[in-house]
Design a protein around this ligand. Structure first.
Ligand code: HEM
Length: 210
């Protein structure tokens, strides 16, 4: 359980780092998120609190879109078929190790329009697909009996951290770096990571006079 908890913490940071990188590549999306977070947080409050998150639909859409493109566990954990079953005409014999590539599922052009593009707006509608294991086009936490039990805790932590990064700071790329120059290469393992560390320059916002 200790190991799993560490893994859970790590996956939460992976989501945050990819979300920040995607937003830095598209500054108008970062501006939209900051406008929402700053508008929905009571004036003069030094930080976003958990109670403020309720109305932040764009924040949730940004994180969902990040999980679609960058699921921290791209192949979930290995599963094992107890009985023989047939899926889409393919027979999976009993006692087979099954690896599910949710990274590829999230980028399937048959399921997603402009599948490779970071477009949080696709999740703004409350009826859009969710990641709780019912919509098989987006499965960053798995599905069924072995779905991640840390899903609510994990997402609550990511939401409050992301909201505060957007609320408390304005963000720039270092030096003369351009938004399009951000290297989004991923390194695959049991968890996925960015090849290059994300380096950003924060400027603190003074919220006391607002
Ligand atoms: C955003 C953060 C997280 C992501 C994306 C994530 C994702 C996953 C995935 C994909 C699995 C495997 C599901 C499968 O193979 O079907 C899993 C399993 C698991 N996760 Fe998470 N997780 C996160 C946070 C957490 C946290 C915070 C905890 C604990 C506090 C946690 C505890 C576990 C445990 C114990 C399992 C094993 C469940 C089992 O095998 O029955 N996870 N997680």
């Amino acid at each position: 359980m200790q190991d799993m908890f560490v893994a859970g913490t790590d996956t939460s940071y992976v989501v945050l780092e990819f979300a920040m990188a995607e937003l830095m590549r598209k500054p108008h999306l970062m501006a939209k998120l900051q406008a929402e977070v700053r508008d929905k947080t009571p004036k003069g409050q030094p930080m976003v609190m958990e109670d403020d998150l309720g109305g932040m639909t764009y924040l949730k859409a940004v994180l969902k879109e990040t999980l679609r493109l960058h699921p921290p566990l791209p192949l979930l954990l290995p599963h094992f078929s107890v009985d023989k079953c047939v899926i889409n005409g393919y027979t999976v014999p009993a006692e087979t190790r099954v690896i599910i590539n949710v990274w590829a599922i999230g980028r399937d052009p048959g399921s997603w329009e402009d599948a490779e593009e970071f477009i949080p707006e696709r999740f703004e509608d409350a009826a859009s697909p969710d990641y709780k294991g019912r919509d098989f086009g987006i499965l960053p936490f798995g599905a069924g009996r072995r779905i991640c039990p840390g899903i609510n805790f994990g997402m609550a932590s990511v939401e409050i951290m992301m909201a505060n990064l957007a609320y408390c700071f304005d963000w720039e790329l270092p030096g003369r770096m351009q938004h399009k120059d951000l290297d989004m290469t991923e390194v695959f393992g049991m968890t996925i990571h960015r090849k290059e560390k994300l380096l950003l320059v924060p400027t603190t916002r003074d919220v006391s006079h607002e």
